[in-house]
Design a protein around this ligand. Structure first.
Ligand SMILES: C[S@@+](CC[C@H](N)C(=O)[O-])C[C@H]1O[C@@H](n2cnc3c(N)ncnc32)[C@H](O)[C@@H]1O
Length: 279
C-alpha cells in the first residue's frame, strides 16, 4: 500500500510514533504504547518504515528510553515536580513515572480531546493507574501564548518543571520554533529543564532523509509552511537563558542501552536529543 496525498495528518504521526514504541517494548520501556494500536496507524507505520527507514522503530524506542531514564533520574533527585509535554501525542510518560508528578499535556485539540476521553475510561477500568494530568488543546502555529500561559500557571503554580518537546520541531518552521523557546523561557524559572529533539544538518544528503522528505511531501498535508526543518547544535548552545547540560543522539544512546544499530548509517534518521537547564 502507498498512501496518496492528503491521507496523513500531523496528528496521525502521534499514533505511528506510539506504534514504534510498542514494537520493541524492551528497548522503549513503554509498556502502555500497545493500548493505542489501531488499523490506520498500523498501515501507516508499515508504509512509512518500508518507504523511509526500517530503523525508525528502534530510533523512536531509544528516544523514549533516553527521556524516560533522564526524567526518572531528575525525579529521584527531587528536581522536577511538573512535566509539561508540548506535542505529547500518545506518549505515556505520566503512567511510567512516579505518581506524585503533575502533568500538563499540550497538543492539537483533536489529539488531547481523544486522549483525555480514552485514558479516563482506561483509568476507570483499572487498565491505567490514576495520574494528575491536565490537557491543553492548541495549535502552535497560532497565537497561543497568552491563553496557554494562564492555564499553565494555574496548574503549575510554583513547582519546578521539565518541558519536553519530542518529535514536534520537525513539523514547525523556524519562526514558530524560536517563538516556542521564548515561550518556554517565560514559563520557566532558574533550574528548570527543557528536553528537545531535532535533526541536525548532518542528516542532509543521507538516503533516509531524502526518502523522508519525499514521503512527507507526498503524504503529509498539514505541517507548517517552511517546516520539515533541521536545527543546528548552535541553536541550543546559543539560547541566552539556558545552558546545554546533555546532548546525545541515536548512536550514543544505543551504546548506553546496549542496542546495536542494524542499518547502514545513511539509511538511519539520526535524531539528536538535548537537555537544557535554565540559568
Ligand atoms: C510525531 S508526534 C510525537 C508525539 C509524542 N511527542 C511522541 O514522541 O510520541 C508529533 C506530535 O506533535 C503534534 N503537533 C505537531 N504540530 C503541532 C502544532 N502545530 N500544534 C500542536 N501540536 C502539534 C502532533 O499533533 C503530534 O501529536
Amino acid at each position: 500500500m502507498s498512501l496518496g496525498k492528503k491521507d496523513i495528518h500531523v496528528s496521525d504521526t502521534a499514533f505511528v510514533t506510539c506504534g514504534f514504541r510498542r514494537l520493541n517494548e524492551k528497548l522503549s520501556q513503554d509498556i502502555y504504547a500497545k493500548l493505542w494500536r489501531n488499523d490506520k496507524a498500523e498501515l501507516l507505520l508499515k508504509d512509512y518504515t518500508k518507504h523511509v527507514s526500517t530503523e525508525e522503530i528502534e530510533t523512536h524506542c531509544i528516544r523514549n528510553r533516553y527521556f524516560l531514564e533522564s526524567l526518572r533520574l531528575l525525579i529521584e533527585k527531587n528536581q522536577i515536580e511538573t512535566l509539561i509535554n508540548f506535542g505529547a501525542g500518545f506518549s505515556m510518560y505520566p503512567y511510567l513515572l512516579d505518581g506524585h508528578i503533575t502533568h500538563i499535556e499540550i497538543d492539537k485539540p483533536e489529539v488531547v480531546d481523544y486522549k483525555s476521553s480514552v485514558t479516563k475510561e482506561w483509568i476507570k477500568e483499572g487498565v491505567l493507574p490514576h495520574r494528575n494530568i491536565d490537557y491543553i488543546g492548541v495549535d502552535f502555529s497560532t497565537d497561543y501564548q497568552n491563553s496557554v500561559l494562564n492555564k499553565i500557571q494555574n496548574i503549575q503554580k510554583d513547582t519546578s518543571c521539565f518541558i519536553l518537546i519530542e518529535g514536534v520541531l520537525f513539523f514547525l518552521n523556524r519562526k514558530e520554533t524560536e517563538s516556542i523557546f521564548d515561550f518556554f523561557d517565560t514559563i520557566q524559572s532558574q533550574g528548570d529543564f527543557i528536553g528537545s529533539v531535532s535533526y541536525t544538518d548532518e542528516i542532509l544528503g543521507t538516503r533516509a532523509y531524502d526518502r523522508l522528505i519525499d514521503y512527507a511531501s507526498k503524504g503529509l498535508d498539514d505541517a507548517s509552511e517552511g517546516g520539515l526543518q533541521c536545527i543546528e547544535n548552535s541553536f541550543y548552545e546559543g539560547l541566552d537563558h539556558y545552558k546545554l547540560i546533555d546532548h546525545q543522539d541515536y548512536f550514543s544512546c544505543s551504546k548506553q542501552f546496549n542496542h546495536s544499530p542494524k542499518s547502514d548509517p545513511t539509511d538511519i534518521l539520526n535524531e539528536h536529543f538535548y537537555i537544557l537547564q535554565k540559568k
